[in-house]
Ligand binder design. Structure first.
Ligand SMILES: NC(=O)c1ccc[n+]([C@@H]2O[C@H](COP(=O)([O-])OP(=O)(O)OC[C@H]3O[C@@H](n4cnc5c(N)ncnc54)[C@H](OP(=O)(O)O)[C@@H]3O)[C@@H](O)[C@H]2O)c1
Length: 486
C-alpha cells in the first residue's frame, strides 16, 4: 500500500466493512478467536464485504508468528468446499479463492497490558496515527499487501481476551478432597485447589518511577488485575474515539461498537471485595478479576449505575457539537479449554486434555477443550446483528462457549452469582423454548453452590456494580493524571 492510497477495504460500502481488534491473539483462545472470526465472517457475510482484524501480541516476533498462523488458516478456509459452495451460489462468475482472501485484512500490533505507557501510546497511535505490520513476514501461497501506514477509521468490536492466571501450583490434596466431595465434572469446572501468588504487583509504568508507596517506595498495581482488567479497561477507554459513532451515521453496522470482555466460568463462586478490587489481598486474584469483569460488564448499561460509569463512556467532545452513540459492553467466557494459561509439564498436559474430553463425554456442557470451540461466544457477540443482540438482551447475560458430547459448539447463557442468567428474579424458570434443548438447559452445568437469585440479591449486585465502577473510575483518573502528567 502506498502512502495516501485508499486501503483495500475502501472498495466496500461502510456497512459492508467490519473492523475487529483482539488482544492476546498469539496463542490459545485468542488465536482461535482470530481464526473463527475469519471463518464466520466469510461464511455469513456478502461476497463484497471486507473484514479487518487487528490482533495484539507482546512482541514483534509473536506478531509475525500470529500473522503467519492466521494467513495459513485463511488460505485453508478460502479453499474449503464449504466456502466455495456458499460463495459460488452468490456470485455470477466462478468462485476464486483469492477473491475471498482479498476481503480479509490481517494486521498486528504490540500491546503489553502491564505497561500503562505502552497502553496510552498504542491507543494514541490507533486513534491519531497509522499502524504497520512487522516487515519481513515470510511469503506464503498468496502475496499479501504489506499493510504499512494503515489508518483505522473505526473499530466495530474489541475482544478483550488477553489474560494471565497467576497460579503457581496445585494443591493436590485439595484436588482429591474436591474430587471425593463434588465429583469429576465439578472438580474440573469450578476448581478451588489452584494456588496463586498472592499480592504480586507490577509498577504499571515500565520506564519511570511513579509516586511513593509506603511499602515499596513505588506505586504499584496488582499484576493479575492489570493484565486481566485494568490494562484493558484503560485501553478500551483510550480508543473510544474509534468506537463511538455519530448519530445519523446509519450506514455503519453494528449501530453501537462492542466491547467484549473475556471472563471465566470459574468466577461463579467468588465473593468480590469492593475494597480490594485489585485482589491484592485475595487468595484467588484470577477469580477476583474475572468476577470484577462480570460485574462491570453486566451493570454497564443499568440506569442505576449510569451515573457512576458516565465518565468512562463519555464520548470525546466533537467540535461541531453533534451527538455520538455510546458503545455497548458484553461479557463472554470460553468454557474450559486446554491452553498454556496453566503451565503444566507435557506429560500432565496430555492427561489433563484426556480428562477434559472424558468430562465432556460424560455430559459437561462447559468442556470446550479446544480453542476453536471456545471462541464461539466471543465471535458471536462480535459478528451477530444488532437486532438479534437487542432481542436476546445480550448485554444482560454472560455468554459461555459450550459443547455437546460430539464437540458441536454453541453459545449458552451462563449463571452469574447474585445476577442469575439475565438479571431477573427466579430466572431458572425463565427458559425460552430454545433453551429447553439439552445442551442449553439452564440447570445443565450449574455450579452445585448456586442459589436462585432474589430481589434482594439483585439489588446487592447493582450496588456492587455501582461501587466497582466508582472505584475503577477513580483509579483510572488517578493513573491518567500520572501518565499524562509525567
Ligand atoms: N483456558 C481456559 O480454560 C480459560 C478458561 C476461562 C477463561 N479463560 C480466559 O481466556 C483468555 C485467554 O486465555 P488462554 O487460555 O488462551 O491463555 P493463553 O494461551 O496463555 O493466552 C493468553 C494471552 O494473553 C496474553 N497476555 C498475557 N499477559 C499479557 C499482558 N500483560 N499484556 C498483553 N497480553 C498478555 C498472552 O501473551 P504471551 O503469549 O505474550 O504471554 C497470550 O496471548 C484469558 O483471559 C483467560 O482468562 C481461559
Amino acid at each position: 500500500m502506498t502512502a495516501g492510497a485508499p486501503p483495500p477495504w475502501a472498495e466496500a460500502k461502510q456497512h459492508e466493512q467490519h473492523f475487529s481488534l483482539i488482544t492476546g491473539a498469539n496463542s490459545g483462545v485468542g488465536l482461535a478467536i482470530g481464526q473463527r472470526l475469519v471463518d464466520d465472517f466469510l461464511n455469513t457475510r456478502s461476497p463484497s464485504s471486507h473484514l479487518v482484524v487487528v490482533v495484539t501480541t507482546r512482541s514483534v516476533a509473536k506478531s509475525r508468528a500470529t500473522l503467519l498462523a492466521l494467513r495459513k488458516h485463511l488460505e485453508a478456509t478460502v479453499s474449503s468446499p464449504k466456502i466455495s459452495t456458499r460463495l459460488s451460489g452468490c456470485l455470477d462468475a466462478p468462485y476464486r479463492p483469492v477473491s475471498a482472501l482479498r476481503r480479509v485484512h490481517l494486521l498486528s500490533i504490540q500491546l503489553d497490558l502491564c505497561d500503562l505507557e505502552n497502553i496510552y501510546g498504542l491507543a494514541d497511535t490507533l486513534v491519531n496515527g497509522v499502524i504497520s505490520n512487522p516487515p519481513e513476514i515470510p511469503a506464503t501461497k498468496y502475496s499479501y499487501p504489506p499493510y504499512s501506514a494503515v489508518r483505522l477509521s473505526r473499530i466495530d468490536s474489541v475482544i478483550l481476551n488477553a489474560g494471565i492466571g497467576g497460579w503457581t501450583s496445585l494443591d493436590w490434596f485439595g484436588m482429591v478432597r474436591m474430587l471425593c466431595r463434588s465429583g469429576l465434572t465439578e472438580t474440573t469446572t469450578f476448581p478451588d485447589y489452584k494456588i496463586s501468588a498472592v499480592g504480586k504487583t507490577t509498577r504499571g509504568l515500565k520506564t519511570r518511577p511513579t509516586g511513593a508507596d509506603p511499602a515499596s517506595g513505588k506505586t504499584v498495581l496488582g499484576e493479575v488485575f492489570m493484565a486481566n482488567v485494568f490494562g484493558h479497561y484503560v485501553f478500551a477507554h483510550e480508543i473510544l474515539p474509534l468506537l463511538t459513532r455519530m448519530d445519523g451515521s446509519d450506514d455503519v453496522t453494528p449501530r453501537h461498537a462492542r466491547i467484549i470482555w473475556q471472563s471465566s466460568i470459574e468466577a461463579m463462586g467468588y465473593h468480590l471485595d469492593p475494597s480490594d478490587l485489585q485482589g491484592l489481598k485475595a487468595r484467588e486474584p484470577y477469580e477476583s478479576t474475572k468476577r470484577l469483569t462480570d460485574v462491570l460488564a453486566l451493570t454497564s448499561n443499568l440506569p442505576s449505575v449510569q451515573r457512576r460509569c458516565q465518565s468512562y463512556f463519555a464520548p470525546p467532545p466533537r467540535a461541531d457539537g453533534s451527538r455520538v452513540r455510546p458503545v455497548k459492553m458484553y461479557v463472554a467466557h470460553p468454557g474450559i479449554v486446554v491452553t498454556t494459561i496453566f503451565p503444566l509439564h507435557w506429560f500432565l498436559m496430555f492427561w489433563y486434555r484426556f480428562i477434559m474430553y472424558v468430562v465432556r463425554w460424560v455430559g459437561s456442557p462447559w468442556h470446550t477443550v479446544v480453542g476453536y470451540a471456545a471462541a464461539v461466544a466471543s465471535v458471536w457477540l462480535a459478528l451477530e446483528s444488532d437486532s438479534i443482540l437487542d432481542e436476546t438482551r445480550a448485554d444482560r447475560s454472560k455468554w459461555g462457549s459450550a459443547c455437546d458430547r460430539m464437540g458441536i459448539d454453541c453459545c449458552k447463557r451462563t449463571e452469574v452469582m447474585g445476577w442469575g442468567w439475565e438479571g431477573k428474579v427466579q430466572d431458572s424458570t425463565n427458559e425460552t423454548d430454545r433453551e429447553k434443548r439439552r445442551i442449553l438447559r439452564r440447570d445443565l452445568g450449574r455450579w452445585s453452590g448456586s442459589k436462585d437469585v432474589t430481589k434482594e440479591k439483585l439489588q446487592e449486585f447493582k450496588v456492587l456494580g455501582a461501587d466497582c465502577w466508582s472505584e475503577m473510575e477513580s483509579l483510572r483518573l488517578e493513573w491518567d493524571a500520572r501518565v499524562k502528567g509525567a
